[in-house]
Write a protein that binds this ligand. Structure first.
Ligand code: 5GP
Length: 104
């Protein structure tokens, strides 16, 4: 079970910013910017390379959640989104997630 699955299941605490049926948004525990959020699908998919056609809507939803959350937090004028994909190197948590960063 990934650490993010435990967060989704409320087995470990986190700062939850937003939640909907298929996605949760939390504050990163080790922020790299004033605002550093993680947009996490509730379905566990290890890396971008493990996506299949059934995941298209979920991935689109992640971007729409980014749009919604940045508007909610008044940071929609300046933010960046990134995905890390490199097993056992860049990607620390094997459960896909989109980083959302802003200095606003
Ligand atoms: P990755 O390198 O996998 O793209 O990034 C994983 C991110 O998850 C890192 O920025 C790290 O700080 C964050 N992270 C790891 N464990 C936890 C945790 O238990 N809680 C929260 N909120 N963030 C975590």
């Amino acid at each position: 079970m990934s650490i993010f699955t435990k967060i989704i299941n409320r087995e470990i605490p986190s700062d939850i910013i937003y939640e909907q049926e298929n996605i949760i948004v939390i504050k990163d525990i080790n922020p790299q910017a004033k605002t550093h959020l993680l947009i996490i699908p509730k379905k566990k998919i290890e890396t971008i390379n493990d996506l299949d056609n059934n995941d298209k809507e979920l991935i689109a939803d992640m971007f729409f959640v980014a749009k919604k959350v940045t508007k909610m937090l008044w940071i929609s004028e300046w933010y960046k989104l990134w995905f890390n994909v490199w097993k056992k190197w860049w990607q620390e948590v094997m459960h896909i997630h989109m980083h959302l960063l802003s200095n606003l």
